[in-house]
Ligand binder design. Sequence first.
Ligand code: GKR
Ligand code: MG
Length: 429
Amino acid sequence: MTRDLTIAEVRLTPILVADAPLLNTQGVHQPYTPRLIVEIVTADGITGVGETYGDTKYLEPARALAERLTGRSVMDVNGLFGIDLAVDASRVEGRTDAGGLRGVQSAGKLRLSVLSAFEVACLDAQGRALGLPVHALLGGKVRDAVEYSAYLFYKWAAHPAGVPAEPDEWGAALDPAGVVEQARRLRQRHGFGSFKLKGGVFPPDEEIAAVRALAEAFPGHPLRLDPNGAWSVATSLKVAKELGDVLEYLEDPTLGTPAMAEVSAATDVPLATNMCVTTFGEIKEAFTRDAVQVVLSDHHYWGGLRNTQRLAAVCAAFGVGVSMHSNTHLGISLAAMTQVAATVPGLHHACDSHYPWQPEDVLTERAVFVDGRVAVSDAPGLGVELDRDELARLHRRWAEDDGWLRDRDDAAAMRTAEPHWRTPVMPRW
Ligand code: GKR
Ligand code: MG
């Protein structure tokens, strides 16, 4: 049967999804996080879906892009990336991401973060039209399941008093015992075999103690610590020395390629990053200086699933490992991550995912982790279906918000509990 794969309609739905009071070096997660759901509908009624950041700075260019897509083909993904998409550079250039901790912002990265959701939606639509999973469109899967690690966070028992939020079922984790208990529960529920602790929250000695406690509770399981660049070179080396025997890798201990290269030269503990290598332009310096041994890709800001494969190929050529970074996300993004991860040879580290922290989703069926792994769907496209009632409910929440939740700001969220909080000057320790 001949299909008409011309784009007839693009629907953008900004939503707010419940989030837990997870702590990081910049502050705390807000009770709701913005995401954007992209739907691309073809002339013969096939709908492909994508998901990306929903903050206003992404939403505005997404709207401009959506207006220009009608009449193009969902097959023309190269053409999609050629569209001259204006983004307001003054809002991002040179700043570090307020809530995202994903390296220096730039207009280019913002553009790619928007395009990636449209690329995923096009691939989903192609797959549905052809009766093929997205991984087949990317060359085929090399594994049947993708391993994820438990993403541990220091957290409060609840969002600050007076701040409207959904009930929290996890309780506080503010010391080694709390972190180990959180790890046990995540492992019990999802079977995770490796653990990553988000650090940069407490003085390094306390975080070292938490990782030691994890090593005792889960002997032989891979462990990582990620302070999002909160430490000096000297502190990074002290932590590497004290935890070298139990760490799979240390993630972004310090900020910037030169400082990471200094740490890397003085320790055998591998360094991973989602902060100093976040664009193709940043690769050359980091790899030639041997600043990092593992790059954590993120299909949102790297510009989609095909760019993720390209990044993996470059990493392989330099003998640098590759795995996956995550930020607060829902099931469409998890499906996209799983489909592309399934196609990447030499994926030697479990990927990150915030998904277990998200009690809500816009899918009719939540993704399931079995033994810490997500099975690679062979259903057409991404293999997910939108729950339209949930989508509408989460969109209403966005529409009714008076504005402050529409743009993620972990430092502002922290100020509701600690009015004098400012984004810390790095390095903090
Ligand atoms: O969700 O608080 C968080 C994380 O700190 C996130 O913003 C980071 O981008 O997960 C990320 C990381 O690995 O750096
Ligand atoms: Mg990180």
